[in-house]
Ligand binder design. Structure first.
Ligand code: RUQ
Ligand code: CUA
Length: 662
């Protein structure tokens, strides 16, 4: 039914609405409007509209929530071991966490990038960055599992990563810390920063299967890269990196890197860079970095160490890299859905500068430069500026967009989200966040096609928002309805780890592809036990290999003898179920390890070095049936010199030979 209102009635209603909203006190407790519960309520058994992939910060993981309910569905282990799922503990997954430094079971995951086709989210993969030991991970959204991790050489602090180009051609990675490059000795005095320290940005190519490889790196002056965004539409072919510390400070950066009035956004023409690589302009450099892949059929990760990377030097590659002045240590650097506008957020700036891609192109064509920085042309600020948003707030960090030409910027210091219009840079609305918002996200906000509806604030400090939990309090997300002119807070929910960036995507783009089981006939794990008749225990020197199956509700075998002190026992557990949502778990008493959680059709291996003689229970850790509690067994460990033979059985109730029973 259509409703018609007279103009004057409409105006009266609008005034009433403004009056109601305007008069509402904005305290922490009363900021939620009356219909909030209705807007976020997803009835039992009903699905959420969006998946929300949220970075876990220093937890090293990624978590998956539903929107608008804020319900947590899954924590995906990425860079950190996860005893809940055996990730990084099972023999099959350990190689995922290999690096050139060896096994690194933790990292700091800040940013999310969902794969795109034509600038629109396509639901195939989600990428995440490892900040500390520079890495990028790809998670397969059929299985919600980490499928690949690639280390980034010549980098230290992989913060401006893994931002993606509009056809998922590349994810990029800019080094936060400049350092002596890997092919130099590195043993230099820190105060030779200006001579010896360099930055790099890396372009990691993604092929149609999702596989990553480092296509090339660009060597840069020794500054700090913070964030990045790819161009889109008209600016497709470019990537914009924010950088701070153009002062090249190496100590007390809070003062020394805040000296200059302007730092830079670095504009990289990657299509040009590709041409230079093709023309042989890149230098091959000796490096070492790990490239780890998880094989879906073998249920196993392998790690290779790659030895070479191609590096382009802007000195040899004119017209590939430009600097654009940006006020006061820019953090966020975001491109709008049309690709025309690039928004820089200077952490200490009083305005938000908005740059125009068209003007950047013109300034380049006209050579409208303000000198150079270490040989790289610096574009004239006024020549590339679309305009500045005046008096937006304090401490701008990040900007996202809706489909209607509006931008939403987070303000850490003034704890608010400010909505403003791209065309005339007018501030339209502001709402408080509780408290100190870092990133924010609009579903589809970094793409050519924002889905809109909500903006979610990811807050660093929550103080009094939740029941106290000792010295550390939950960090949180806050959901705002942006369907009307005014933003309305409708929900907040605590998060896993420290949420940095997040991306939300319509659920139907992912759920239709979600995998239910692994087919047992496709299981190529060399330790798989396909069917109960193959269950067995084999001794190989001091290794005992237990090929064990799990099916509701028993293990086969469940009585094992003949293990001796000094042996290493490998439990190769194959879950024979072919039903959705029937994992089995596996644990053994005293293991200096974790459990296994084995999906239907999958094989996973737990190693165990018994430390004493005795009989040790094994059991299923995941409540799988009414008789889950019966899903258990025993393994006997004898003294080192014992001659108890290897035996194994399931369902054999007679006692063994009397002599052995004593
Ligand atoms: S950051 S709060 Cu690590 Cu993306 Cu900006
Ligand atoms: Cu299998 Cu519980």
């Amino acid at each position: 039914m259509k409703l018609f209102f007279s103009k004057s009635l409409l105006v009266a209603m609008m005034i009433a609405a403004i009056w109601i909203i305007g008069c509402k006190p904005r305290g922490a407790q009363s900021a939620v409007s009356g219909d909030a519960a209705q807007k976020t309520y997803v009835a039992p058994g009903k699905y959420d509209e969006f998946y929300d992939f949220v970075s876990g910060g220093f937890s090293g993981q990624m978590s998956v929530y539903g929107l608008p309910s804020g319900r947590l569905f899954r924590v995906i282990p990425v860079f950190s071991v996860d005893p809940e799922k055996g990730y990084g503990y099972s023999e099959e997954t350990k190689a995922m966490l290999n690096t050139s430094h060896g096994y690194v079971p933790w990292d700091d995951l800040h940013h999310i990038a969902l794969s795109e086709t034509n600038g629109i989210q396509d639901g195939r993969w989600v990428f995440g960055n490892g900040n500390n030991t520079p890495r990028i991970a790809r998670i397969d959204l059929k299985t919600f599992r980490t499928a690949e991790i690639i280390e980034i050489p010549n980098s230290a602090g992989n913060h401006s990563s893994p931002f993606i180009t509009e056809n998922s051609e590349y994810v990029v990675a800019g080094t936060r810390f400049s350092v002596p490059l890997d092919n130099t000795s590195g043993d230099v005095p820190i105060n030779t920063y200006k001579q010896n320290f360099k930055g790099t940005v890396s372009f990691i190519h993604i092929d149609t299967s999702g596989r990553m490889n480092i296509a090339f790196q660009i060597q840069t002056p020794g500054i700090n890269f913070d964030l990045a965004r790819a161009g889109k539409g008209k600016s497709h072919g470019w990537v914009f990196f924010s950088c701070y510390n153009s002062e090249k400070a190496f100590t007390l950066l809070e003062q020394n890197a805040s000296q200059k009035d302007k730092d830079f956004i670095m504009c990289v023409n990657w299509k040009k860079a590709e041409e230079y690589v093709k023309a042989g302009k890149a230098q091959k450099r000796a490096v070492a970095y790990a490239h780890n892949t998880y094989d879906e059929n073998k249920h196993m990760a392998t790690s290779e160490i790659e030895k070479e990377v191609l590096v382009l030097d802007p000195k040899d590659c004119p017209d590939m890299v430009y600097f654009m002045p940006c006020p006061k240590s820019p953090h966020g650097c975001d491109t709008d859905p049309s690709g025309e506008y690039i928004v820089g957020s200077g952490k200490l700036a009083a305005v938000i500068p908005v740059f125009s891609f068209t003007k950047i192109q013109k300034a380049i064509a006209d050579k409208n430069f303000d000198g150079d920085y270490d040989g790289i042309p610096v574009l004239k600020y006024e020549a590339v500026l679309h305009g500045e948003v005046q008096k937006p707030g304090l401490g701008p960090l990040h900007t996202e967009f809706d489909a209607n030409g509006n931008a939403y910027t987070s303000f850490f210091v003034s704890s608010e989200i400010v909505k403003w219009r791209l065309s005339d840079l007018k501030v339209l609305d502001r709402v408080p966040t509780y408290y100190s918002v870092g990133h924010l996200s609009v579903p589809g906000g970094p793409t050519r096609k924002p889905w809109g509806k909500y903006v979610i604030a990811y807050n660093k400090i929550t103080k009094d928002r939740y029941l106290p939990t000792g010295p550390e309090l939950a960090q949180s997300a806050q959901l705002y309805d942006i369907s009307g002119d005014k933003m309305k807070l409708i929900l907040d929910f605590p998060t896993i780890g420290e949420p940095h960036y997040a991306e939300a995507i319509p659920a139907d783009l992912i759920m239709k592809n979600s995998q239910k089981i692994y087919k047992i006939e496709d299981n190529q794990n060399p330790w798989a036990t396909k069917g109960d008749k193959n269950a067995r225990v084999e001794r190989k020197g001091n290794e005992v290999h237990v090929y064990i199956t799990a099916i509701r509700s028993h293990f086969n075998p469940d009585n094992i003898e003949g293990v001796k002190l000094g042996d290493v026992v490998y439990f190769h557990v194959t879950n024979l179920e072919q039903d959705w949502d029937i994992p089995h778990g596996f644990a053994v008493k005293g293991a200096n390890n974790a459990e296994l959680l084995i999906m239907p059709g999958e094989t996973q291996t737990l190693s165990w070095k018994p430390d004493r003689v005795g009989v040790f229970p094994i059991y299923c850790t995941d409540f799988c049936s009414a008789l889950h509690q019966e899903m258990q067994g025993y393994i006997r460990v004898s003294a080192a010199g014992s001659n108890v033979p290897i035996t194994f059985s399931t369902g054999k109730n007679e006692p063994g030979p009397i002599a052995e029973n004593k």
